[in-house]
Each structure stands twice: as C-alpha cells, then as structure tokens.
Design a protein around this ligand. Structure first.
Ligand code: KIV
Length: 270
C-alpha cells in the first residue's frame, strides 16, 4: 500500500489511513532529541508512554511514573515534533478513582505539554472517565489486552485473551470504546486472530503490539526498537538496530582515546 504524503498527522488522518488501507507506524519517545529524529524520519504517531517509567527511570513496572513526570517528557517531545500526532499516557493513579479526576489529569497534560491526545488503559471500567474527557474535546486512544498498569492483578506479562470468555469481553470493550468516541485503540499482546477480528469489526484504527500483522498499525517502545534494552525479549519485538552494542563500542573507543591522550588532537582544540 503506497503512503500519502501527509503534512501533519491528526486523528482524522489516522481514520483516513484505516479507510485507505495505509498502515499506521507508531513509536514511543520521551525526549526532544529522539522525538525530533523519528518525527523527521516520518513516524505517524509518537506515544509518550508510561513505559518511560521502565526505560527512562529504570522502574520494574509502569506504575511509579507521575503526572508531572509524564508532562515533562511530553513537553520535551512536543517541542521537537512538526508532523506526528503526539499521544500521552495517563499515568497509573491519575484516572482510576473517578471521572472528574481523569478529566483533571487529561486537561493538565493537554494544557502543560501541548499534547494532541491522551491514552488510557481499560475497557468498561473506564468508560465514564473516557466520556468525560471526550466531552471536554480531548481525543482519547484506548488500550486493551495486556494493560501493564494492571500487572499486579494479572500477575504476569503473558499473552491475554487466549480463553473465549476474556476474548469476548475484549471484543465487547473494543466496540464500546469505538461507540463512545475513542479515535483509536492499542491492542497489546493478544492472539493475532483475535486482533484481526477486532480490527475488522470496528471502524477506528487498531494499533497492535504483539497482536499480529492484521491490524491497522504497529507500535513499539523506542528503546526496544533501537536495541538499547537487552533483557526484554518478547517474541513480538523486532530490533531495528543494536544501539547498546554500538554505544558500548563508542564508549570503549572514547575511554581508550582519552586515556592515551589521542583525544582531543590538535584540530579539536582552540
Ligand atoms: O507505555 C507504552 O509504551 C505503551 C505501549 C506499549 C503501547 O503503552
């Protein structure tokens, strides 16, 4: 499928892409420099994910990241981006207690970072919050399947919805999120056949991560995609670079050059 040369990606562009069969490419980013590089390279959507809690801050889960911290990352990304749609995760604990709190958190993100949309995890249990956020004019991306903010409820990061009952609930939730007005949904780590069925049964774009190829787009965490992380090796992950090896090599070279006084040389001084 050939891709149209969109000057600026909006939520409407994503629905046009779904209609025309053009797949949506999405990556996460958390800082100005990398966001600028991936935006210039033509990524469609940048997610300022709460995975920042893992890859930027070194936490084991996504739970610790705060609203202030995600806003800091999102503002840095927004300053760099000229074309991509920037979606920001609502952190754990900033939308679950009630819909008014959810709206306050979403408004704070939009106002203080300049983001274009928010994403939050869950189905039927967060419908009221999503509706309230949407009523304020803030676009919402849903997130179903493996929802890492609920890791202590699930107990593992294994594939979700392999059983019929959970699969049916997931289908119901996806349809509900479409009905109330989400502009897209992320489906994480579910069987490819189920993701494909959901993508065909709703009109809004479905972006997969570990959900097979028959969905409307794909998302990966930037640090995994670049090969900066090494211990995280799920089957769905394709590393496009081995940056950690390249950085390791560069640092060794630099250290050697400093120690033997070959850096800086006479051209590299004033
Ligand atoms: O936080 C994140 O990076 C995400 C993606 C895995 C979809 O939610």
């Amino acid at each position: 499928m050939s891709s149209k040369d969109y000057r600026r990606i909006t939520t409407n562009t994503l629905s046009e892409m779904k209609i025309s069969g053009e797949k949506i490419a999405m990556l996460t980013a958390y800082d100005f420099t990398l966001a600028g590089i991936i935006d210039k390279a033509g990524i469609d959507v940048i997610l300022v994910g709460d995975s920042a809690s893992n890859v930027m801050a070194g936490h084991e889960t996504t739970l610790p990241i705060t609203l202030e911290q995600i806003i800091y990352h999102a503002s840095s990304v927004i300053r760099a981006v000229k074309r991509a749609l920037v979606v920001v995760d609502l952190p754990f604990g900033t939308y679950q207690s009630d819909s008014k709190e959810a709206l306050r958190s979403a408004i704070k993100i939009m106002k203080e970072s300049g983001a274009h949309a928010v994403k939050l995890e869950g189905g039927s249990q967060v419908v009221e919050s999503i509706e309230r956020i949407l009523q304020a004019g803030i676009p919402v991306m849903g997130h179903l399947g493996l929802t890492p903010q609920s890791i202590y409820k699930f107990g593992t990061y294994n594939v979700r919805a392999k059983e019929k009952k959970e699969a049916n609930e997931l289908i119901k939730d996806a349809k509900k999120l479409e009905e109330i007005g989400c502009f897209a949904i992320v489906l994480e780590k579910i069987p490819a056949t189920l993701a494909s069925e959901i993508s065909r049964s709703i009109k809004i774009p479905v972006i997969g991560i570990g959900a097979g190829k028959n969905v409307d787009g794909q998302v990966l965490v930037l640090h995994d995609f670049l090969g900066m992380t090494q211990k995280f090796n799920p089957r769905f992950l394709r590393r496009y670079l081995n940056l950690s090896e390249k950085i390791d090599h560069a640092v060794k070279e630099y250290t050697k050059d400093v120690k033997n006084s070959s850096f800086p040389n006479s051209d590299e001084q004033y």
